[in-house]
Ligand binder design. Structure first.
Ligand SMILES: [Ca+2]
Ligand SMILES: [Ca+2]
Length: 167
Protein backbone atom coordinates (compact mmCIF):
# COMPACT_ATOMS: atom_id res chain seq x y z
CA UNK A 1 0.00 0.00 0.00
CA UNK A 2 2.89 2.36 0.70
CA UNK A 3 4.32 1.45 -2.68
CA UNK A 4 1.00 2.30 -4.29
CA UNK A 5 0.97 5.83 -2.89
CA UNK A 6 4.60 6.34 -3.91
CA UNK A 7 3.88 5.05 -7.37
CA UNK A 8 0.86 7.33 -7.69
CA UNK A 9 2.91 10.34 -6.58
CA UNK A 10 5.67 9.40 -8.97
CA UNK A 11 3.05 8.85 -11.64
CA UNK A 12 1.85 12.43 -11.22
CA UNK A 13 5.31 13.57 -12.25
CA UNK A 14 5.43 11.38 -15.28
CA UNK A 15 2.79 13.27 -17.19
CA UNK A 16 3.80 14.58 -20.53
CA UNK A 17 3.56 18.15 -21.61
CA UNK A 18 3.39 18.53 -25.38
CA UNK A 19 6.72 17.29 -26.68
CA UNK A 20 7.79 15.52 -29.87
CA UNK A 21 8.93 12.44 -27.99
CA UNK A 22 7.15 9.18 -27.51
CA UNK A 23 5.73 8.14 -24.16
CA UNK A 24 8.60 5.85 -23.25
CA UNK A 25 11.28 8.49 -23.83
CA UNK A 26 9.28 11.11 -21.88
CA UNK A 27 8.85 8.71 -18.99
CA UNK A 28 12.52 7.81 -18.95
CA UNK A 29 13.47 11.47 -18.63
CA UNK A 30 10.79 12.55 -16.16
CA UNK A 31 11.15 9.49 -13.94
CA UNK A 32 14.89 10.07 -13.80
CA UNK A 33 14.42 13.72 -12.86
CA UNK A 34 11.81 12.96 -10.24
CA UNK A 35 13.66 10.10 -8.60
CA UNK A 36 16.83 12.23 -8.45
CA UNK A 37 14.89 15.08 -6.84
CA UNK A 38 12.70 13.12 -4.43
CA UNK A 39 15.38 10.91 -2.88
CA UNK A 40 16.76 13.91 -0.94
CA UNK A 41 14.49 16.93 -1.52
CA UNK A 42 11.70 17.87 0.91
CA UNK A 43 8.53 15.90 0.21
CA UNK A 44 6.69 19.20 -0.24
CA UNK A 45 8.95 20.07 -3.17
CA UNK A 46 8.78 16.56 -4.62
CA UNK A 47 4.97 16.71 -4.55
CA UNK A 48 4.85 20.21 -6.04
CA UNK A 49 7.14 19.18 -8.91
CA UNK A 50 5.08 16.07 -9.57
CA UNK A 51 1.77 17.94 -9.36
CA UNK A 52 2.94 20.71 -11.69
CA UNK A 53 4.19 18.15 -14.22
CA UNK A 54 0.86 16.33 -14.20
CA UNK A 55 -1.21 19.53 -14.37
CA UNK A 56 -0.86 19.91 -18.14
CA UNK A 57 -3.20 22.94 -18.45
CA UNK A 58 -1.81 24.69 -15.34
CA UNK A 59 -5.21 25.27 -13.74
CA UNK A 60 -4.08 23.97 -10.35
CA UNK A 61 -6.23 20.83 -10.60
CA UNK A 62 -5.62 17.33 -11.91
CA UNK A 63 -8.55 16.50 -14.17
CA UNK A 64 -9.52 12.91 -14.94
CA UNK A 65 -8.25 13.39 -18.52
CA UNK A 66 -4.86 14.63 -17.31
CA UNK A 67 -4.41 11.60 -15.06
CA UNK A 68 -5.76 9.26 -17.72
CA UNK A 69 -3.19 10.51 -20.26
CA UNK A 70 -0.60 9.70 -17.65
CA UNK A 71 -2.04 6.25 -17.06
CA UNK A 72 -1.88 5.47 -20.79
CA UNK A 73 1.73 6.63 -21.06
CA UNK A 74 2.61 4.73 -17.88
CA UNK A 75 1.27 1.49 -19.33
CA UNK A 76 3.33 1.95 -22.51
CA UNK A 77 6.42 2.77 -20.47
CA UNK A 78 5.95 -0.23 -18.16
CA UNK A 79 5.59 -2.65 -21.08
CA UNK A 80 8.75 -1.28 -22.67
CA UNK A 81 10.88 -1.16 -19.50
CA UNK A 82 9.50 -3.99 -17.39
CA UNK A 83 12.48 -6.29 -17.94
CA UNK A 84 14.87 -3.62 -16.63
CA UNK A 85 13.04 -3.20 -13.30
CA UNK A 86 13.55 -5.18 -10.11
CA UNK A 87 10.86 -7.70 -9.19
CA UNK A 88 9.76 -5.41 -6.36
CA UNK A 89 9.48 -2.41 -8.68
CA UNK A 90 7.59 -4.49 -11.21
CA UNK A 91 5.15 -5.63 -8.52
CA UNK A 92 4.48 -2.15 -7.13
CA UNK A 93 4.02 -0.58 -10.54
CA UNK A 94 1.97 -3.45 -11.94
CA UNK A 95 -0.40 -3.36 -8.94
CA UNK A 96 -0.77 0.43 -9.18
CA UNK A 97 -1.45 0.35 -12.90
CA UNK A 98 -3.81 -2.60 -12.52
CA UNK A 99 -5.84 -0.61 -9.96
CA UNK A 100 -6.05 2.40 -12.28
CA UNK A 101 -6.71 0.30 -15.38
CA UNK A 102 -9.43 -1.77 -13.79
CA UNK A 103 -11.16 0.78 -11.59
CA UNK A 104 -10.72 3.62 -14.02
CA UNK A 105 -9.16 6.96 -13.19
CA UNK A 106 -12.58 8.56 -12.73
CA UNK A 107 -13.40 6.29 -9.77
CA UNK A 108 -10.06 6.89 -8.10
CA UNK A 109 -10.44 10.65 -8.57
CA UNK A 110 -13.99 10.50 -7.21
CA UNK A 111 -12.68 8.85 -4.03
CA UNK A 112 -10.58 11.98 -3.34
CA UNK A 113 -12.70 14.71 -4.99
CA UNK A 114 -14.10 16.39 -1.89
CA UNK A 115 -15.75 19.38 -3.60
CA UNK A 116 -17.12 17.28 -6.45
CA UNK A 117 -15.69 19.33 -9.32
CA UNK A 118 -14.34 16.22 -11.05
CA UNK A 119 -10.68 17.10 -10.49
CA UNK A 120 -8.14 17.01 -7.65
CA UNK A 121 -6.62 20.18 -6.30
CA UNK A 122 -3.46 20.04 -4.17
CA UNK A 123 -5.35 19.70 -0.89
CA UNK A 124 -7.52 16.88 -2.21
CA UNK A 125 -4.54 15.04 -3.72
CA UNK A 126 -2.73 15.13 -0.36
CA UNK A 127 -5.77 14.57 1.87
CA UNK A 128 -4.28 11.47 3.49
CA UNK A 129 -0.65 12.62 3.62
CA UNK A 130 0.95 15.33 5.76
CA UNK A 131 3.90 16.56 3.72
CA UNK A 132 6.87 18.22 5.38
CA UNK A 133 10.59 18.87 4.82
CA UNK A 134 11.58 15.23 5.08
CA UNK A 135 12.30 13.37 1.83
CA UNK A 136 9.37 11.28 0.63
CA UNK A 137 11.01 7.86 1.19
CA UNK A 138 11.41 8.77 4.89
CA UNK A 139 8.06 10.49 5.21
CA UNK A 140 6.07 7.46 4.05
CA UNK A 141 7.64 5.33 6.78
CA UNK A 142 6.16 7.65 9.44
CA UNK A 143 2.74 6.38 10.49
CA UNK A 144 1.88 9.89 11.72
CA UNK A 145 2.49 11.47 8.31
CA UNK A 146 0.46 9.08 6.20
CA UNK A 147 -3.09 8.05 7.11
CA UNK A 148 -3.00 4.48 5.81
CA UNK A 149 -6.41 3.67 7.26
CA UNK A 150 -7.99 6.54 5.31
CA UNK A 151 -6.22 5.44 2.13
CA UNK A 152 -7.42 1.87 2.63
CA UNK A 153 -10.97 3.16 3.13
CA UNK A 154 -10.91 5.21 -0.06
CA UNK A 155 -9.28 2.56 -2.23
CA UNK A 156 -11.51 -0.04 -0.61
CA UNK A 157 -14.46 1.90 -1.95
CA UNK A 158 -12.82 1.93 -5.36
CA UNK A 159 -12.20 -1.82 -5.21
CA UNK A 160 -15.80 -2.30 -4.09
CA UNK A 161 -16.97 -0.39 -7.15
CA UNK A 162 -15.00 -2.83 -9.32
CA UNK A 163 -16.98 -5.82 -8.08
CA UNK A 164 -20.05 -6.96 -10.04
CA UNK A 165 -23.32 -5.69 -8.62
CA UNK A 166 -25.30 -8.29 -6.63
CA UNK A 167 -28.24 -9.75 -8.49
CA1 LIG B 1 -5.29 20.70 -14.80
CA1 LIG C 1 -12.01 18.65 -6.51
Amino acid sequence: MRGLVLAVLVGFALSARAAPEDAVARFDRLAGELVALCVDAPATRCFETAFAAADADDDGRLAVAEIDDLRRDANAWFLARRAELSVREQTVIALSLATLNTAGVARVVAAYDRDGDGALDRAEATADVRLDDRPLPRLVRDEEAVDWAAIRDRLGAVAGAMLPAPR
